[in-house]
Design a protein around this ligand. Structure first.
Ligand SMILES: [Zn+2]
Length: 293
């Protein structure tokens, strides 16, 4: 958490407040908590982006990508990319934060005359595990080509998914969390996806029949796109909020996640089970989801 749907919700949420605006300052809040990991250090980042224009805000896997350009410079080598990975508890906000003490920094925009009423954008992080990296164009290209991130979960095709899953005998649930294999899926949505695709989470990835690749790919897309429509999932700890500091609502649509012991709504016959795989909880129905050996 936040996974792809939550990060995509943040990106869509901040876009109207960031794109086309000139950053007058990247201001650090006096936060006494664990400092964020920044590369280069925060002061250098702030110096480099000051006075730049936000050209575009996009998402790569579970990261927010803010593309900056110098005024009047559209040549590609002059782009810089501020990449924020919210990890466990990071949020971008345009409204009051859940708490002031965990505010980390603020994008302060130049006001284009007195008509500008849009608020600034803040980054909030309770646990402070998020990371902030500023890349030049060359560095950003290298990052994308480094193989650290596989194809985006919303874009991967079933043939490619099959080819990727063939390479590993780890359980399918664990393989789906591997960002090098497919980028953007986290623990919560992996359980939901496998339930929808009717595949048992302990099935070795390379044993999932080829004929199930299309249903699996459609399940990935269906679960993630629906979760984006619902603006993500706010779990019991209440940490995840949209940019207006409101709950997401996909948690009300979960079919298996955190539903251990409750009757499966698919078959209506047995309760949802919980197991632990690679130190993470997995939820599934052993009647609805078939295990392939
Ligand atoms: Zn069932």
């Amino acid at each position: 958490m936040p996974e792809l749907p939550e990060v995509e919700t943040m990106v869509r949420g901040v876009r109207p407040y960031m794109e086309g605006r000139t950053l007058s300052q990247l201001r650090r809040y006096p936060c006494r908590r664990k400092p964020l990991s920044c590369k280069p250090d925060f002061t250098r980042i702030a110096r480099r982006v000051k006075g730049r224009i936000v050209r575009e805000v996009t998402r790569t896997a579970k990261r927010i990508v803010i593309q900056f350009v110098a005024p009047g410079a559209e040549a590609e080598q002059l782009f810089e990319y501020l990449v924020i990975e919210p990890r466990m508890t990071g949020l971008l906000l345009v409204d009051d934060p859940p708490s002031r003490e965990h505010l980390r920094f603020e994008f302060v925009f130049a006001s284009a005359g007195s008509k500008e009423t849009r608020p600034n954008v803040s980054y909030w992080d309770r646990r402070g595990l998020g990371t902030v990296t500023l890349y030049t164009q060359t560095e950003f290209d290298q990052f994308l080509q480094s193989g650290r991130l596989g194809p985006d979960a919303l874009a991967i095709e079933h043939a490619e998914l099959y080819e990727k899953l063939q390479r590993t005998s780890r359980p399918i649930k664990v393989a789906l969390l591997d960002q090098k294999l497919v980028a953007g899926i986290g623990n919560l949505y992996a359980s939901e996806i496998l339930y929808l695709a009717k595949i048992h989470p302990e099935t070795p990835a390379n044993r999932v029949p080829r004929g199930l690749m299309k249903p699996l790919q459609l399940a990935i897309r269906d679960v993630l796109e629906t979760a984006i429509l619902y603006e993500g999932s706010t779990l019991g700890d209440g940490t995840y909020r949209n940019v207006l500091n409101q709950d997401g609502s996909y948690q009300n649509e979960h079919r298996v996640y955190q539903k251990g012991g409750t009757l499966c709504t698919g078959c209506g016959r047995i309760p949802i089970e919980r197991i632990v795989q690679a130190q993470r909880s997995t939820f599934f129905c052993s009647r609805c989801q078939k295990k392939y050996e």
